[in-house]
Design a protein around this ligand. Structure first.
Ligand SMILES: Cc1cc2nc3c(=O)[nH]c(=O)nc-3n(C[C@H](O)[C@H](O)[C@H](O)COP(=O)(O)OP(=O)(O)OC[C@H]3O[C@@H](n4cnc5c(N)ncnc54)[C@H](O)[C@@H]3O)c2cc1C
Length: 374
């Protein structure tokens, strides 16, 4: 979120600085792990669709500007794997909600039953009464490359970037916002705070009550039968039960790799940026494989060749917060976006820059206002 905003502000000629406690792209926040799914009919709700559509345009623009590959348009397949109740990011029946949004926005897609899914993509062992939504315009992003490209573009346009610099205090002194690190102080007319899982610790109330950090893990399972994942394999989200964790998602094998990245989501155990357990336990990948993957996806071996820890920062309704800080005038807060923000970050950065420069954004961000939690 920070890199996208910095890039868009620098493009508009704003005198801007990006400040980060580490050196992005890094693997200590919420934007690492090689890939992020992007889709156009965003089942999380109507407010997200314009952001996703605009982001797709911006990723392509950024690719052309920087001469790098950022977006693989391999398609996305969203499945309810049997006739069951499901929930994803707090939305019941996510597959049907996605389908309805695609119809409303005229987003190209196909809808299949179980035999239809198995015929087109035999790696998915869904039941006959499954529902599948296939969106050829979706795919995945390379998050680290996206961040690097945005930072490079911002630097070239004059943005300053301070890395290894932790902001410890944000205060408003009537003449602007003061940002203090252990060594330095900056005065800014406006601040956009995109501190990811550190947002509550940096910004205080009401974020301390609204945001919770949930540790997540990613696992790359070796391909046992590579032929079951042909070159046109899509990203997928597969829901098979009523809980938000009765779901996993994955990616096609990356070019030159012989594994498939798969992850589920957990919202039961909260943590903090300091306490988060960054080590991986061997049974975490075997549990994901035996409890979920093995039943529904064929062609994978239980051997995880790689695993990683990441974190979601989640609001009570699994939505975004993009709003002014209620007690710090001049500070706009962008939450870490509840585990589904990366695909929208390019357009959110643009919208935030438009707000700074033009006073309003072309895309309506009112659905992400704090007042819904009053
Ligand atoms: C496992 C996993 C899978 C996901 N899958 C998807 C997906 O498929 N599709 C999708 O769209 N989204 C997905 N998401 C969500 C998406 O990745 C996040 O919403 C998004 O990347 C968050 O970006 P951010 O900029 O808010 O946070 P971060 O990238 O964590 O950035 C916050 C930055 O703030 C810096 N910072 C924090 N505090 C301070 C301070 N005090 N001073 C200075 N700097 C500070 C940090 O160093 C960090 O660089 C996933 C997330 C995870 C964890």
């Amino acid at each position: 979120m920070g890199a996208a905003t910095l890039h868009q502000l620098a493009r508009r000629g704003v005198k801007v600085a990006g400040i980060d406690r580490y050196s992005p792209p890094h693997d200590l926040g919420s934007s690492h792990g090689a890939t992020r799914i992007t889709r156009q009919a965003v089942g999380e709700g109507t407010a997200y669709v314009p952001l996703a559509l605009r982001s797709h345009e911006l990723w392509r623009e950024l690719e052309a500007e920087r001469g790098v590959k950022l977006f693989e348009q391999c398609g996305v397949l969203i499945m309810t794997a049997s006739a069951t109740t499901t929930s994803h990011h707090g939305r019941p029946d996510f597959t049907r909600a996605t389908l309805e949004l695609a119809q409303r926005y005229g987003i190209p897609h196909e809808a299949w039953d179980g035999p239809g899914i198995r015929r087109r993509f035999p790696q998915f062992q869904v039941e006959d009464d499954a529902l599948g939504y296939f969106e050829p315009g979706g795919g995945y992003l390379y998050p680290e490359a996206c961040i690097q490209a945005q930072l490079n573009g911002a630097r070239e346009r004059g943005a300053q970037v301070f890395t290894g610099t932790t902001i410890e205090q944000v205060v408003q002194d009537g003449q602007g916002v003061l940002l203090r690190s252990a060594q330095d102080t900056w005065r800014a007319e406006r601040v956009i705070a995109a501190a990811g899982m550190w947002s509550a610790e940096l910004l205080g109330a009401p974020f301390t009550d609204l945001l919770r950090v949930c540790r997540q893990t990613l696992h790359w399972f070796e391909l046992a039968e590579p032929a079951r994942f042909p070159a046109d394999s899509p990203c997928f989200i597969l829901a098979h039960g009523s809980g938000d964790s009765d779901l996993f998602y994955g990616f096609p094998p990356l070019p030159g790799e012989h594994s498939v990245k798969v992850a589920t989501e957990q919202y039961f155990n909260n943590t903090t940026p300091i306490k988060i357990d960054r080590s991986l336990h061997p049974d975490e990948s075997s549990r994901l494989f035996s409890n979920q993957v093995e039943r529904w996806v064929g062609g994978l071996s239980p051997r995880a060749v790689r695993s990683a820890v990441c974190a979601y920062t989640v609001t009570p309704d699994f939505g975004f917060i993009v709003d002014e800080h209620p007690t710090l005038p001049g500070v706009t807060v962008v939450s870490a976006c509840s585990g589904h923000g990366f695909k929208h970050s390019a357009a959110l950065g643009e919208a935030l820059a438009q707000r700074v420069v033009e006073g309003r954004s072309a895309i309506d961000l009112s659905a992400f206002a704090l007042k819904r939690f009053d």
